[in-house]
Each structure stands twice: as C-alpha cells, then as structure tokens.
Design a protein around this ligand. Structure first.
Ligand SMILES: Nc1ncnc2c1ncn2[C@@H]1O[C@H](COP(=O)(O)OP(=O)(O)OP(=O)(O)O)[C@@H](O)[C@H]1O
Ligand SMILES: [Mg+2]
Length: 375
C-alpha cells in the first residue's frame, strides 16, 4: 500500500534542516519533493557554543534548544507541505533524525543525544512522528550510528558489482555493499567529511564552505601535516566506530596545526581536503576486499576537488554521485529516515548489527502520535 512520508535530517554541518517528501510502497520508494530550511544563525551559534564548552551547559538553555529545534523541524515539514499543496493528514508519518548535540559511544556508559523534541514536531504538524532512532541501537550495545547503511543496502546494492556508498556530511561514513548477498554489509564513520574544510574556510575566507573545493585545489598538500593528522587514533581504530563534532572540531584542528610550522591557509585547505579523501580511501582499502564503484552522497559531492581526489585515490574503481542511480545526493540521508520511520511503524528492525556492533537487530525509535494515528 502506497503511503507518504516526510524525512527530516540536520547533520553535523549545521547548514540546515533537510526535508523530503516520499511515497513508500513496499520496496518501492519514490521521491516527490524536498526542501532545506537554513539553520538560523542564533541556533547554530548556540549549538556550536554548547559543543565547544560542554561543561558549562545550562539546563534551561539545553531544554529550550530541544524545543526550539523541534519547532524548526516541524516548520520545515510544513514548508514542504505548503510547497506541494499537501495536507498533513495525507502524510502517514514523519521520520526525524534530530540534531546531534553529543555522541559518546566509547564512554563506559555510552550515550548519544539528538535534540529537536518530537512531541513538538507532532504538535506543530499534527503528523505522527517517529524519532530517537539511535538510542535503541545503543541500548542494544551498538554505536547508534551510522544507521543509513541499512537504507544503502536496500536501494543501492547490486548483485554484479561490489559497491561502497560514501556520505560526505560534516562527518563521512561509508557502507560496504558486497555483491554477494550472503556477505554482511558493513560500514562506519571514517572521520571528518566537510567539517574541517568548513571551519577553515569560515576562518580565512569568511565563507561557510570552500565552494566546489576551488580554494583547496589552489593549494599544495603539506605531507607532514597530512601524515601527522592521519596518525590520529580514530583513523587507526577498528570498526564499529562513529564520531562527531565532539571529537573532530576546531580544537582538534588547531592542535594539529600548532604541532608543525606555520603554513599558507590555501595549503592547509588542500591538506584538509586530502585528509578527508585519504581517510575514506584508506578505510576502504583496509576493510573492503573489493570495490568496483563508489557512489557518493551528502553535500561534499559538490566539492569537485574532493571528488577528483577520491577518484584518483580509488582508481580503477569508478567514483560517481548517487544521482546516477536515481537518488539525489543531497536528499539521501533525509530519505533514509523516512524509510526508517516506515520500518518502525511496520515493526521491522532498522539497524544492521554488522555495522553498529549491536547485539541484535532492533526496531528503532519511538512513535509520537499525530492527529490521525491508529496503532
Ligand atoms: N557547492 C559546494 N561546494 C563545496 N562544499 C559544499 C557545497 N555545497 C555543500 N557543501 C558542503 O556540504 C555540507 C553540507 O552537507 P550535508 O548537508 O550533507 O551535511 P550534514 O548536514 O552534516 O549531514 P550529515 O552529517 O548527517 O551527513 C556543507 O557544510 C558544505 O561543507
Ligand atoms: Mg546538512
């Protein structure tokens, strides 16, 4: 039976809230429309301040941020409805990932914190909202991330070739999709995607990102800085593993730069671009016996220089956008959370224990009923 879903995603880049409207009919998923509501500057500043000094977080600020983000997510879903002349009661459910504030899978008592109160989303939109996907996987002993490899497996796996799906968000994560369906799909966060590139572009160019990677392409890679960064224990750690801004952030970047001689800003950008490309391709070489094709999604697909470096380092494998396979690269993550909401409402597990390290498959998330909810 065909049903309409909205998927909502705001990632570690903090660039904006992505919303997609899709129809799901058993195994068929169709993209109908999508929009992004930019993250308001004051909310972005608030989140970045909290991440930069977690020990000073005020509970009132934290609670209000949760509600304000819930309202923002709800409004982004309403934008999509207005733009497509769709009524809330035509939507079966919203799947909302939430905004990760803090992700700590390696603590003795692990936890992960996504904000954007789903009660507020359900109230603002009147639509049943499925959210809080990560914590059930973590409760089952998993990393709680990445969750998108299950979606990649469902829609981008091919019997005749070994594929890797790379999502270049603030962080980068890969899904290794072997051609043989009997082999497990694996995947993990490889480390920074765009986050360090954005930080450095903001500091030196006063721009939110290195548009098309042109600045990075104009510099020269500093091999010492690259080698130093690549010795970070995160890159050496065995999967399952996942990371976020609580690890790869401004302080991490400044520590790496301070450990060597001063470099030209464009050379630093070239080296940071190479770090993303190398950490992704080194991980693929280390953990995938074969890769014929890599499909790339996430905002980093627009960084042409980064895409060229990935192609060069992964040759002879082909590197291309998921667009070629019918899924627009900017909407893959949000679509995955619409799909995960459908799985939860149907009572199907959404995690892949071979990816997250969970003890078993689990039905993810919690359901916040909307006006026309029925069990
Ligand atoms: N034209 C462009 N040129 C270079 N980089 C771009 C361009 N457009 C987007 N980007 C990069 O993509 C980023 C946004 O990507 P995306 O929305 O996929 O990340 P995200 O929100 O962090 O998602 P997630 O972490 O969940 O994967 C921007 O911060 C920017 O670095
Ligand atoms: Mg984004």
């Amino acid at each position: 039976m065909q049903r309409f879903y909205i998927g909502l995603m705001s990632g570690t880049s903090l660039d904006g809230v992505d919303a997609v409207l899709v129809s799901i009919d058993d195994d068929l998923i169709q993209h109908i429309s999508a929009t992004t509501r930019p993250m308001p500057g004051e909310l972005r500043r608030e989140i970045l301040e909290m991440i930069a000094s977690p020990q000073t977080i005020d509970l009132d600020r934290l609670g209000m941020l949760d509600s304000r983000l819930g309202k923002l997510f709800g409004q982004t879903a309403l934008d999509l409805l207005t733009g497509t002349h769709t009524k809330p009661d035509e939507i079966h459910a919203i799947g909302s990932h939430g905004q990760t504030l803090w992700h700590r899978p390696a603590l003795p008592t692990s936890f992960t914190m996504q904000l954007g109160d789903p009660n507020v989303i359900a109230e603002v939109t009147g639509i049943t909202t499925v959210a809080d996907f990560r914590r059930r996987d973590m409760a089952a002993g998993g990393q709680g991330a990445p969750l998108v490899p299950a979606f990649h497996r469902a829609y981008l796996r091919q019997a005749h070739e070994a594929r890797v799906v790379l999502n270049l968000g603030g962080m980068a994560n890969i899904s290794l999709l072997p051609s043989d369906a009997d082999h497990d799909v694996t995947g993990f966060d490889t480390g920074p995607g765009n986050v360090l590139l954005d930080l450095h572009a903001l500091r030196h160019l006063d721009r939110p990102c290195d548009h098309a990677g042109e600045w990075g392409a104009s510099g020269h890679i500093d091999q010492n800085l690259l080698d130093r960064m690549l010795t970070d224990p995160y890159f050496m750690a065995q999967p399952p593993k996942s990371t976020g801004r609580e690890y790869f952030n401004e302080a991490w970047l400044q520590r790496q730069l301070a450990a060597g001689p001063e470099l030209a800003p464009a050379d630093i950008q070239a080296t940071l671009t190479e770090l993303t490309a190398r950490s992704v391709t080194d991980a693929i070489h280390a953990h995938s016996s074969k890769c014929d094709r890599m499909l790339v999604c996430g905002g980093g697909v627009h960084n042409k220089h980064l895409m060229r470096r990935l192609s060069a380092l992964l040759a002879p494998a082909t590197v291309e956008s998921t667009e070629t396979y019918g899924i627009a690269p900017d909407w893959v993550e949000a679509t995955a959370f619409a799909w995960l909401a459908d799985r939860t409402l149907k009572g199907f597990p959404g995690n892949l224990p071979s990816v997250t390290g969970a003890r078993h498959p689990v039905i993810l998330g919690a359901i916040y009923p909307g006006a026309s909810y029925s069990a």
